[in-house]
Design a protein around this ligand. Structure first.
Ligand SMILES: Nc1ncnc2c1ncn2[C@@H]1O[C@H](COP(=O)(O)OP(=O)(O)OP(=O)(O)O)[C@@H](O)[C@H]1O
Ligand SMILES: Nc1nc2c(ncn2[C@@H]2O[C@H](COP(=O)(O)O)[C@@H](O)[C@H]2O)c(=O)[nH]1
Length: 218
């Protein structure tokens, strides 16, 4: 993987920052806040066969494709990972992720546990994964209703899958409980900031320290 520069000028490898949760726990909300407030972070826009929700924009929220196009993307090895979630296909287009990482950007993924497993198998050292939990089942259901974008039947299906989704929590590096958006955002932001500073990722440190030592030795 190619490297870019951190804000302190030291070269480092880009990372893949993954948020997963049961549907409605707050990934999209937290992702938008991260993209708005964290320079150097790019959103991975997934391809999906699900229908567009009111207010969603093709190319910004998802690439909305039909099943034939999605299957062609899988066949052409254009997806970094893909999975079937709630009876629809979802996948991460490979090229934009590779381009962003090559330009020294970090990439943010809002994907499920199946996709996270696939990313981890491909690039364990570069994946940082966060599982978002709702404070309670009642809150989760309220959030799905308050979003007001899915039918009662879709909401029922998502609630009935929540326990299964949640059973993968222990595969993640970090767990954030989304009681309050601002607190959850602060926690997720702290994780990203700390992970950016990890020694193993900062490929420019050796030459930076050598330079410092050179200065000290006069
Ligand atoms: N801490 C919170 N308190 C109250 N409401 C919240 C909180 N976090 C998010 N919400 C609201 O809950 C709803 C669901 O959030 P969001 O769409 O971000 O969930 P999601 O995890 O991305 O769901 P999906 O997996 O279905 O895309 C939205 O209406 C959002 O505004
Ligand atoms: N494995 C993948 N999962 C994805 C991808 N894009 C989104 N998702 C997950 O699907 C569900 C449902 O999303 P919704 O927008 O229909 O509510 C949610 O858990 C997403 O995280 C992807 O590219 N790959």
């Amino acid at each position: 993987m190619t490297t870019g520069h951190g804000t302190d000028g030291v070269e480092r490898r880009g990372l893949m920052f993954v948020l997963s949760s049961p549907s409605g726990a707050g990934k999209t909300t937290l992702s938008r806040m991260l993209i708005d407030r964290m320079p150097g972070l790019r959103m991975s826009v997934s391809a999906t066969t699900r229908a567009m929700r009111p207010g969603e924009v093709d190319g910004r929220d998802y690439l909305f494709v039909d099943k034939a196009k999605f299957d062609a993307m899988v066949k052409g090895d254009e997806l970094l990972e893909w999975a079937t979630v709630f009876d629809n296909s979802y996948g991460t287009p490979r090229a934009p992720v590779e381009t962003a990482l090559s330009a020294g950007q970090d990439v943010l993924f809002d994907i499920d546990w199946q996709g996270t497993q696939q990313l981890r198998e491909k690039a364990r050292a570069d994946v940082v994964s966060v599982f978002i939990l709702p404070p309670s089942a009642g809150d989760l259901e309220k959030r799905l209703h308050s979003r007001a974008q899915d039918s009662d039947e879709v909401i029922r299906k998502r609630m009935s899958r929540a326990s299964h989704e949640m059973s993968h929590w222990a595969e993640y590096d970090y767990i954030v409980i989304n009681h309050n958006v601002d607190d959850a955002f602060a926690e997720v932001q702290s994780i990203l900031k700390a992970e950016r500073l990890k020694r193993e990722r900062r490929t420019g440190l050796v030459s930076f320290v050598r330079g410092l030592q050179g200065q000290l030795q006069g």
